[in-house]
Write a protein of this length. Structure first.
Lengths: 147, 348
């Protein structure tokens, strides 16, 4: 039997979203090399510089950015974290544009959960929120607050 | 080839780093630390407990195995990022880091490589640097050069800055391939890396270790004719708060409550390292102790000429964390590395 670890959830999300056309910009796998080199280092320093914290995974697709946090359960702290990211959205878009050389059209948020349930209300400012979990090895992505 | 990694991420980062250029033919991967939470933790690997990593399912398997003694022996001073082995012997231990070498991390990984050298297994650290940090690079490379001499085993540092990353990566792959396939090529790679380290170690000067800016003596190091003394100045803020039963100085219930407040504290507010980290406030002191020992207790011929002692200058011996964690790995290592250990009479 395999163990559903944080690393497992991150790796499976990366594999699934890359197959759907997303490009991986950054990931923070437990015990991994968050500081990185080249583009990974640049992306990490953007978050550390703006917020002094960073998301677990960052994807890009045609100018859209998807920021993902990963944990056992979605809770209030993560919603606060997303609100922090939104509070400096303009600066974030500008810095990401400089780092990857592409105009950033929008920033979306998502959460990969070990559990398929969540017990909190997801703020309306988190439009098209991706609540992701895995069932029998398949990735399920519920879009909440769809615009 | 068997890969023994500190964590899943280390194994995967390594595979990504060497691409398909290394002639490894990996048959099995085992990981030392795992967790369902945000950080891979655990120290069962000290007793040989490792978890198989399934490359097809990209996941760690629940059922553990017991590593052979030649691996367990190597990880007693903390797990290196990776060890490559055959079924019967360890070939090389590897550290890879993209954190730029700085004062606060210069010694952090040193014990793992010195342990490898002590056990007769070559080691290499793939280390990003800023070449302006000449003092630190001098300490770093000199430590490994001396360890190579003391233990007659290659203990290597492969340094690179951003612009040299690709070249350094190829040097690492070349070294690993040589270690697996060809002893002569491996010796050539070792000699070439050693020459580069010697060049960097020209910056080393014992005075830079003992004295800081304006020639002021370092607060963490003393030396006389017979002894080298490492002074560990880590404090306990809860004890210094002077409130009876406060924070980590409280009873079990008070500690639990305080730990909860730490979890939800605002960014930038003060914490308590003794409650929030398994290693307490001990990092990076084992590294500093070992670095001081190698650099100052041995002469250039690799002969031991001084003894080593450690002094906790701000914590008394009966500090609760010491009493609860006698076998915690970093505290154990400080005890193991020091011939004499002493404590402050009071909290400072």
């Amino acid at each position: 039997m395999i163990r559903i670890t944080q690393s497992y959830l991150i790796n499976q999300t990366i594999i699934n979203l890359i197959s759907k056309g997303w490009s991986l910009l950054y990931s923070d796998i437990p015990g991994g090399k968050r500081s990185g080199i080249g583009i990974i280092a640049n992306i990490n320093s953007i978050w550390e510089g703006l917020y002094n914290l960073s998301p677990d995974i960052v994807f890009e697709n045609k100018g859209e950015i998807l920021l993902i946090e990963v944990d056992r359960n979605l809770n209030k702290e993560y919603l606060e974290k997303f609100s922090k990211y939104i509070s400096k959205e303009k600066e974030l878009k500008e810095k990401l544009k400089n780092a990857i050389g592409k105009e950033i059209t929008c920033i979306k948020f998502g959460f990969v959960s070990k559990s398929d349930k969540y017990k909190i209300t997801i703020n309306r400012n988190l439009k098209d929120f991706n609540f992701i979990y895995f069932k029998d090895g398949l990735m399920i992505n519920k879009i909440i607050n769809a615009s | 080839m068997v890969v023994w990694a500190e964590s899943e991420a280390e194994a995967l980062d390594f595979i990504k780093l060497i691409e398909n250029k290394a002639e490894l033919k990996i048959s099995n991967i085992y990981v030392a630390k795992r967790s369902s939470g945000k950080r891979d933790v655990g120290s069962k690997y000290i007793n040989g407990v490792y978890y198989p990593y399934d490359l097809n399912r990209n996941a760690t398997v629940d059922k553990s195995i017991i590593a052979p003694k030649f691996i367990t022996d190597l990880v007693q001073w903390c797990s290196p990022d990776l060890i490559l082995s055959t079924e019967t012997k360890a070939l090389i231990s590897i550290e890879t880091t993209y954190h730029t070498l700085a004062f606060n991390n210069v010694a952090q990984r040193i014990p793992r490589q010195i342990r490898s050298a002590k056990m007769g297994v070559p080691s290499v650290i793939f280390q990003k640097v800023d070449y302006k940090f000449k003092v630190g690079i001098g300490w770093f490379t000199k430590t490994f050069l001396k360890a190579s001499k003391i233990y007659s085993t290659p203990c290597l540092a492969l340094l690179f800055d951003d612009s040299e990353f690709l070249e350094a990566k190829l040097s690492l792959i070349k070294l690993l391939n040589a270690r697996i396939n060809n002893e002569e090529d491996f010796n050539d790679s070792v000699n070439s890396l050693t020459q580069r380290m010697e060049k960097h170690a020209e910056n080393y000067n014992q005075d830079t270790l003992l004295r800081g800016r304006n020639s002021k003596p370092r607060t963490w190091l003393n030396m006389d004719d017979n002894w080298v003394e490492v002074i560990i100045g880590v404090r306990d803020n809860c004890a210094l708060a002077g409130i009876k039963g406060f924070g980590c100085q409280g009873n079990d219930v008070e500690r639990r409550e305080f730990r909860k407040t730490l979890k939800f504290r605002k960014l930038g507010s003060k914490g308590c390292v003794w409650l929030s980290k398994g290693t307490g406030g001990m990092d990076p002191y084992p590294g500093l102790v070992k670095m001081a020992e190698i650099l100052l207790c041995y002469n250039d011929e690799g002969k031991r000429v001084k003894k080593l002692k450690t002094y906790f200058s701000s914590l008394p011996k009966d500090f609760w964390w010491f009493e609860h964690n006698r076998n915690e790995i970093y505290y154990r290592l400080i005890n193991e590395f020091s011939e004499k250990i002493s404590y402050s009479e009071i909290y400072k």
